[in-house]
Design a binder for this molecule. Sequence first.
Ligand code: ZN
Length: 653
Amino acid sequence: MQSRWNDADAANFAGPLAERAYTSRLLGQDHSLVLHGGGNTSVKIRERDIFGDEQDILYIKGSGWDLETIEPAGFAPVRLDHVLRLARLNSLSDTEMVQHLRAALKNPSAPTPSVETILHALLPYRFVDHTHADALLAITNTPDGARRVREIYGDSVVVVPYIMPGFDLARAVAQQFPAESTPRTTGLVLMNHGFFSFGETAREAYERMIDLVARAEDFLSKSATYALGTPRPAQFNRATVASLRHSISQVAGFPLIASTHDGQKALAFAQRTNIRDISQQGPATPDHVIRTKRVPMLGTDVLTFKSEYERYFAEHAAGKQLTMLDPAPRVILDPHLGLLTLGRTAQEAAIAFDVYNHTIDIVLLATALGGYKALSPAEIFAVEYWDLEQAKLRRGGAPPDFAGEITLITGAASGIGKATADALLRRGAAVVGFDINPRVHEVFGNRADFLGLEVDLRSADAVEAGLDACVKQFGGLDMLVLNAGIFPASRRVEALQLDEWRRVMDINLDANLVLMSAAYPLLKCAPRYGRVVVIGSKNVPAPGPGAAAYSAAKAALNQLARVAALEWGADGIRVNVVHPNAVFDTGIWTDEVLSSRAASYGLSVEEYRKNNVLKVEVTSRDVAEMVAEMCGPTFSRTTAAQVPVDGGNERVI
Ligand code: ZN
């Protein structure tokens, strides 16, 4: 562990609060110290209030901020004297504590102060840093952890036994710290939880933290060595993963995203012979509460886990009014697949991976030290069913419509496909976009819930690989939107060459058959039943001159969709069609195509744009919203519908 302090960078942060933000970010950049909003930091500053009176303000990380990116506005300013009076109370529930901390804010619109605020207030130093360093957790999560900590640090730290974060922990520190600290004390070790370090300057507190962590790492490098070895190759199978996701979603009561990780480390860990013992003990720190299950493939084990979990909840929650969390595991270890992480959103599944990836290191190091020993199940239960988390559960509104569901859209890099991807992302779905355009990777920037893949739909192998990638990333497929297509230049029947006809059929028709057929086993496993939406065309009910190949392909696709609706209805899969017309903000409508189509109707381009009964323009977004609605509950009793999105067309009406 090296200090990341840099004088040139630090010079850009003037004043104690800005310095506080700078070293907080240095801590946040290292995920072996803190993960995803974990850890916290503070600084005590003497200021004048509006009346000109001097007061001490404790600036502490507010909830919702991540140390990695925190700014001065992310620190909640709390009146220090008020917090110190709270610390002298005999008891305070966590809910009351949060209320009183909010009441002590100098700025009522600031974020809510951390639950560790009282602890920061009690430590008599200006700058206080708190992390959940992996190296310390590996040492403290062993049967002999406290002795080892004393051996490594002597009196340079005060060691506090595990107490759940909150008022009681702060009280314990208030008693222990003054009694046990010496002039050589630079930090505090909270067993099974993390470090506190402190100093008179931001740099001093930060570098003391780095020093404490470095000493733990030195100890581990001498005492705990392990080799993961080379794993047997993964046996990824998308049908297996989709069916596993189906079972877990049943247990949860709602669809979940499941990401498969089969890198060397995950696979080797999942294949360890003692994995059943070492993986079932619980999290490395209360910040990492996450339900782990080792499943040698498939659902029955997951369902058994549900009854175990419910029994466990009933035992521990006896007499308390607690809302049971869903019993689905969030981490699954399988010797063939590797590590699966689950979440209500792709972001949650990604966080579960990050947390568990660090847990693997901690478990292996602790095992090498002589045995991994996590907190007791009762302590983990107390964190999982914490007052504040329960209150959040009661407050929380309904999740977005498509949370936990996965959509595949062809032709997602532009036009209707891109607009549909956007509409579904906004409704909470994870989206996989296929497109022949390699820029499909970047159309939505870098986000956990979108996977853009360059796929030539004419290649069955490319489609297979694309579906594998979809299931590996998100766990299955719930909604399929068949959008990709080409619109060739206007050509009369007698001038239409067979190779052009075939080119149009290849993409607008045949490719859809290949994809539908390959996607069917996945759609069958969709927890809320599969949905297919086909982007048809006004040309199906009302073809136009000069578009024989396009119209014939779309009409055949329409008929394919109707037959699929008949055949797949027994599996609950709904297949519906939209018939857009004159959507000019799409890739196929080049100026050339637009003017030639307008000319074939004897209209100007402007007349052609709004040439419908309602005299309105139809945009990609209008079509996309209809597609999204067809995937949602409004259309839950509808299959094989053909809905025009065309502003009203006299020939169709
Ligand atoms: Zn903590």
